[in-house]
Design a protein around this ligand. Structure first.
Ligand SMILES: [Zn+2]
Length: 114
């Protein structure tokens, strides 16, 4: 399953960055064009981290809208469906500006101040 492999990758990154420190929260940016359902991603996350040091750590999913720029008129169009067409002139010669993101944006770590 798509979401499970994404969560496995996120967990790997979180493990690496945390380097043994307790993680309180993991934040990810997911572009609209990735066709990922945030709820499904969070469910998969719970499954993937079950019984690992990341068990119980919430995954915060932020959706990044898909935006294309028209090569003809330079208009920006926000896409709800993956149909790459300029809303201003109808051209389908477009460049993707955003929507392909899949990033771990931050980790909240517990700092032991003792
Ligand atoms: Zn256009």
């Amino acid at each position: 399953m798509h979401e499970v492999s994404i969560c496995t990758a996120i967990a790997k990154i979180a493990h690496k960055v945390a380097a043994g420190r307790p993680v309180e929260r993991v934040r990810v940016d997911v572009g609209h064009l990735r066709q990922v359902v945030p709820d499904t991603l969070r469910h998969s996350w719970e499954m993937v981290v079950f019984g690992t040091p990341l068990d119980g750590v919430p995954l915060e999913v932020r959706e990044v809208p898909a935006v294309v720029e028209c090569r003809r008129c330079r208009s920006l169009t926000r896409l709800d469906d993956p149909i790459f067409r300029c809303a201003a002139c109808g051209s389908n010669e477009t460049d993707v500006i955003s929507g392909n993101e899949l990033f771990v944006t931050s980790l909240d770590l517990t700092v032991d101040a003792s």
